[in-house]
Design a protein around this ligand. Structure first.
Ligand code: ADP
Length: 384
């Protein structure tokens, strides 16, 4: 689960990782009052679950409380488009008003769970700041990594290697090691999957301050982090995904136009592959689960139909625990209630398949029967 920058900074503060003084505001007047308390200059920063805000106009440095109010007025309510928002705008509902730091150097630092090596990988670069994506693309050798064995923990030699890469020595080098130890502890204790500080700033006084904070915490661990669970921001979630979660459906919105409903995550992945092989793009991933009831199938169907990009739907079911007749009833129920605005191709096999087919055929609805999975994908791709 992602959290906002201001929330990540609260956690950092509690773990003695230095961050600038700041407070979150939801209206321009509040932003002005915070700026008055902090003293100018301050930085006004859009709070959305996406990076690249600076380049998108979501970060502004101002030198008076009045200018802070104006900047907050400009940013609040804005539809922020950044490199990380997949072409769509994210509505800004809150801004962070933060004391501006006198920056000497901007470094990059992140920790992530590395499944390939079964380690916690730490990445650092001296070229931190807003152009890190370009650094990664053009000069990847300027980003250096170390793999930390979670059973051994972060070792002194690894800290020295990282400090050397960042050209941090003397007092600042020691501060870096101490900060990294705390950051590593935080990463493990909070079941993080990713923590990124970009930029990690070296001030002219040789202090290390986290200017940005991105924290992603394993959603499965939230039961043991109630403080983080309380940080969930439903406004940042896709409304369809939110609705699906209420009905215990595994739904993920994608950018194509073929909706699909499948039982079993593996079959759902294979179905998305086959849609792409047929030359079309899936609009979603939806696993209704092995033991789905007609009511759940109906909900899944409603969620798919609610996406205006969907031009056709492929239902691919292997009737095991979820019987084909039960699925067919759910589809007919939903299609009758919602009204079929797009063609639906159905491929069913397995338990009670004959009865399932009969229910679909008798429904009078325009459902297209497919012989097999390849035939289903071809038919639905042609429609789209
Ligand atoms: P994003 O990565 O989403 O663009 P950042 O938090 O990295 O947002 O902010 C963008 C840039 O704005 C930073 O690289 C830094 O140069 C500047 N900046 C952000 N916060 C501060 C601050 N408190 N003091 C000084 N400069 C800041």
């Amino acid at each position: 689960m992602k959290i906002h920058e201001y929330q990540a900074k609260e956690l950092f503060r509690a773990h003695d990782i230095l961050v600038p003084d700041s407070e979150v505001a939801r209206d321009p007047d509040h932003a002005r009052r915070i700026a008055e308390t902090l003293g100018s200059p301050v930085v006004i920063k859009a709070q959305v679950h996406a990076g690249g805000r600076g380049k998108g106009g979501g970060v502004q440095v101002v030198d008076s409380a009045a200018a802070a109010e104006q900047a907050a007025r400009n940013i609040l309510g804005m539809e922020l488009v950044t490199e990380q928002t997949a072409g769509m705008g994210k509505t800004v509902n809150q801004v962070l008003v933060e004391r501006a730091v006198a920056i000497d150097r901007e470094l990059y630092c992140s920790l992530l769970v590395n499944r390939d090596t079964a380690t916690i990988t730490i990445l650092v670069s001296s070229d931190g700041g807003m152009n890190i994506e370009e650094v990664a693309a053009a000069t990847p050798e300027r980003i250096v990594s170390v793999d930390v064995n979670p059973l051994l923990g972060l070792q002194g030699f690894q800290l020295r290697a990282l400090a050397a890469v960042l050209a941090l020595s003397g007092d600042t080098g020691k501060k870096f090691s101490a900060m990294m130890r705390r950051l590593y502890r935080f990463f493990v204790d909070y079941d993080c999957s990713m923590v990124e500080i970009n930029p990690l700033v070296v001030t002219d006084q040789g202090e290390l301050i986290a200017i940005d904070a991105k924290v992603d915490i394993d959603g499965n661990s939230l039961y043991r982090h109630p403080d983080v669970a309380a940080m969930r921001d439903p406004l940042e979630e896709d409304p369809h995904e939110r609705k699906a979660a209420e009905f215990d459906l595994n739904y993920i919105k994608l950018s194509g136009n073929i909706g699909n409903m499948v039982n079993g995550a593996g079959l759902a992945m294979a179905t998305m592959d086959i849609i792409k092989q047929a030359g079309a793009e899936p609009a979603n991933f939806l696993d209704v689960g092995g033991g789905a009831s007609a009511a759940r199938v109906e909900q899944g169907f409603r969620i798919i139909l609610d996406d205006p990009h969907v031009k056709g739907i492929l239902i691919n079911i292997f009737g095991g625990i979820l019987r084909c007749d039960e699925l067919a009833r759910g589809v007919v129920q939903a299609a009758t209630a919602v009204g079929l605005s797009v063609p639906v191709v159905v491929r069913m096999e397995g338990t009670n398949v004959e009865e399932g087919r009969r229910i679909l055929a008798d429904s009078g609805l325009n459902l297209i029967n497919a012989e097999d999975i390849g035939d289903a994908a071809r038919k639905v791709a042609e429609i789209a």
